[in-house]
Each structure stands twice: as C-alpha cells, then as structure tokens.
Design a protein around this ligand. Sequence first.
Ligand code: C2E
Ligand code: CA
Ligand code: CA
Length: 563
Amino acid sequence: LRQAATVFESSAEGVTITTPDGSIIAVNRAFTEITGYDESEVIGCNPRFLQSGRHGKNFYHEMWESISRNGRWQGELWNRRKSGELYPEWISIAAVHDKQGRLTNYVATFSDITQHKQAEEKIQLLAFSDPLTKLPNRRLLLDRLQHALASSSRSKRHGALFFIDLDDFKNLNDTLGHDKGDLLLQQVAQRLIGCVREGDTVARLGGDEFVVMLEDLGSKALEASSQAELVGEKILATLNLPYYLEEYLHHCTSSIGITLFDGHQDSMDELLKQADLAMYRAKGSGRNSLRFFDPEMQTVVANRVAMEADLREGIQKNQFILHYQPQLDQAGGVTGAEALVRWEHPQRGIVSPTEFILPAEETGLILPIGLWVLETACEQLSAWAKRPEMAHLTMAVNVSARQFRQREFVSQVLSALDRNNADAGKLKLEITESLLLEDVEEIITMMTALKARGVCFSLDDFGTGYSSLSYLKRLPLDQLKIDQSFVKDVLVDPNNATIARAIIALAHSLGLTVIAEGVETHEQLHFLSGHGCQAYQGNLFSPPLLLEDFESFVRQVKCRTGK
Ligand code: C2E
Ligand code: CA
Ligand code: CA
C-alpha cells in the first residue's frame, strides 16, 4: 500500500480516483500541478467541473460508452485549469472492479500535452510552409493540387495552374542585397493573395518562383481559360505596381505561364512542367506577359487581345451603326423597332454583335458602345417624333448587365433622353435575366427610378436564364420577350411549345405584355397568336434593316394594312 501510495504521489502524470458515481476521492500532486486545484478543493466533486466546453455531448457520451463496454478509454481531451486557461491532455480512464466484479472506482491518469501540441504545430508549419512568406511550400501545394485534381475530375470543372516568376529578381538581390530581396518577396506574396479568391492557393516554390492554383473555373475549357486570363492580367498589373522596400522605390514585372487542368489527363509533375514551360515562353516573348501552355488557349487569348485593340479603335473611329428590326402587333401594324448594333469593320466588313458583345463586356468596352447606342436611339426617337407617320414608334435598346450595373446608368439614360428631347415613354430597355443574379434590390431601385420617368422595360431572352418568380413580381417590367430558341421549335418540340405557352400565361397573369422574337414562319405565328401572344418580331416580317429601309417598311405596312 505504501509503495502504491508513493507511486501515486510521485507520478509525473496526474491521477484522479472517483467513486462509481463520479465523485472524486483522491488526486495526486501532479493533478494539482496540472489543473491548479488543491486536493481539498476537489474532493467530493465530479471531474466534470474541469470541462473546457470544447467537446460536445456526443464526445462524452461515446467516451462513457467505451468505458462501460471495454472498461477503459483513452484519448485527447481539452480541459480547463483553475486559471481559466484551456489545455490539451492525454488521458486514460479505467474502471476498477473488485473480486466479485462490482465496479468500485474509476481511475483517470493524464498528462498535459500543451508543449507537445505546440511543437507539433510548429513542425507542421515548418514542413508545409515557406518561412519567409508563410505561403504554402511545394509539399503543401502538391497536396492541394492532388485534391484539386481529384475534385475536378469528379465535378468536371476546370482549374488552372499559374507559374509566376519575377523578371530581374536576381538583379535586385545583387544590387540592393538579400534583405531587400526578402522584403520584395513578402510583398509579392501579399499581392498574390489579394488577387485570388479565398479558396484558391498561392504557394512559393523557392527563390522568386510562385505558383497560383485556381479551382472551379467552369466546365468549358474556353470559358475557364478566359477566366484564368483575367486573373493572370490582374496579377501582372498588381505585381507591376511600385514596391516600397524601406527607403527604395522599386519596380518589377513578372512573367506568367498558365496551364488548365480538369483532373483527367495529367499528372501533377506534368502540370507543373507545362506551367513552367509556358512561363519560359512568356519570358521569351519579352517578359511582363502571360502565356498559356495549350496553343489553342493561347490563340483564344491572342484573338481577344487583338479584338480589344480593334474594338478600341472602332469606338474611336465611330465604326458602329444601328440596324432596326420591326416589332409588330397582332393586327400587323409596326409598333416600333429593336435597335441592334453592328460593327462596320474596315477590313472584316459588317461584324455581328454575337462576335463582339461578349468581348466588349469582358473588357468593359461595352460601356462606351452602350452609351453610343443609347444616344443614337434617343436621337432617332426624337427625329421620328417630328414626323407624323413615324411618331408612334417605340425603340427597344439592349442593355448589358455590366452597363446597367454602373452607378451612373440611370442618369446616363435620363440625360440621353433630355439631350435629344426624346419621349421616355417610347424608350424600351431590354434587360436579361443575368442582370438579376446579384443585388436585385439595387437593380429594382434603379429600374423604378427610370420607370418613374416613363421608361419601359422588356425582359429579353426570357426562359433561358435564371428567374425567380418572386423577383419577377417585384420588378417594374412591362414586357416579357419569349426567347427565339422556344419560338424556333415551337411546332416540333412539345417542351418548347409548353414553355412558350407558359410564358404567355405567366405574362398575362403578371399583367405584362408579351412579345415573341425570332418568328420565321406563319405556323409559328399562328401557334403563338392562338395562345394569346400579342406582339412579334422576326424574319417572317423583316430582318434588322438600315434606317431608310426600316422607314420604308413602316410606310409600306401602313399602306397595306392602314395601320
Ligand atoms: P437579341 O437581343 O436576342 O436580338 C435578337 C437577335 O435575333 C438579333 O441578332 C436579330 O437579328 C436576330 N433575329 C431576329 N429575328 C430573327 C429570326 O427570325 N430568325 C433568326 N434566326 N434570328 C433573328 P443580332 O442582331 O445578331 O444580335 C445578337 C445579340 O447581340 C442580341 O440578341 C443582343 O443580345 C446583342 N446585341 C445587339 N445589339 C446590342 C446592343 O446595342 N447592346 C447590347 N448590349 N447587346 C446588343
Ligand atoms: Ca434584344
Ligand atoms: Ca433576345
């Protein structure tokens, strides 16, 4: 007994002995050292008072299950010291039985593993991060890349790997010294983090080599490369800003190689090699640039860059024109036109908006183009107002989401109307459902402000995007425009017929008018009018026309129908 008592007292591990119902009958010196409580303070208490609050009910439940099933439990547990401090301990709890097998006591022995844990964390940090920038190192990057490949092959969504290398870093190191070089690397790390989303990875492989990994770039390779390019451009621009290295103002550019992955084809090593190779091509092409590994992606990007320069020139030199496509009512009268922009390219001839609107949106050039369209449309409205045979015509103008979302949009529309002395009630803005994906409240406020001045709204391409019926009710709309994809197959595909009918019914029940676009045949017209559609646009009546042709179309229809 004396021996047992000596072992008990001198043990480096804390020991707690309780009765079967859990009240403490003995603790040792190590218990006091670890928990801060004297024996006199704890005798008779249930050890529960040490609980940290870090573990849920289930945790304790499972622990006691194991003790009653196996007679013991051991594991890691967080408890609270008398000082209030939480600490981790490694604890083992055993049930003690007498000769007859009756439960007499529980004995818990535990050791404080705070230091052990801290050391473990430090080792983790050292093993997986770069000490200078605290970014993930190569090992952690490879680990994440492996996960990313697995999840992208599951989700079929692309990711991208960027190899980023600073131009002339060695020069800085040699001239200003390594401590300035270190400062630069730390700032580069911070800027890179600022360029990506939270779930993306920025890693440093060593020297001035960084890797960025983006995930979830969508399922189409072209779309993914276009997104990757935008991030790449942002990184180039951000890394180009001046650096303050204590007393030195430093400038530096970078070269970026990009490769896409979708979890199928490539090994991790292969991907890193591809990105590295692309980076060397970027360096070779004069630095401060980005290159894709895949030549096809590179072409896409090159075309886009050329397109952007071309578009800028087009804006400067007024190369855009409007065509007008008639909109007709049930009786066959022309009620107005949709203004559709074209680009009169000096070499390429007439370029369709399907080719340049998207790049214009991505580069922001849709803003000046959209302004020009708005201005020209208002000018035309006011010219028509002065001519009796044209004065009734409305003008539908397409507005990109990006254009609408600018803060100045409302005042831009109003001042275009004012400047041209045009009737707001004849202007119809065609918006798409994509506008309603974000900040709907703000959009509603803007629409309401325009509506208050008489401007009308039509929801274009309706049925192809995302629309919440509850928003639809709250938007100050005047019209739904059935997308041409439904109209096209309305007679062959029963699904499209159902959708077209449903859109017409929905418009009626919301008190909106409804127009069908892309009407090409009498059969389509017949089907639509049979289901209550009241307005039409399409090649059956007329394709988009030059201004003079549009005006003579209006006069012709008037002669023919008297409307
Ligand atoms: P959208 O607004 O859906 O315009 C209707 C498109 O369908 C026009 O193509 C028109 O020419 C075409 N279309 C009309 N009737 C028929 C038909 O019976 N059959 C067929 N197959 N097609 C018909 P367009 O002019 O090439 O315009 C394409 C898209 O470009 C427009 O689609 C619109 O989203 C965009 N867009 C055009 N002008 C502007 C503009 O000024 N600003 C903005 N943001 N986007 C514009
Ligand atoms: Ca339209
Ligand atoms: Ca449309």
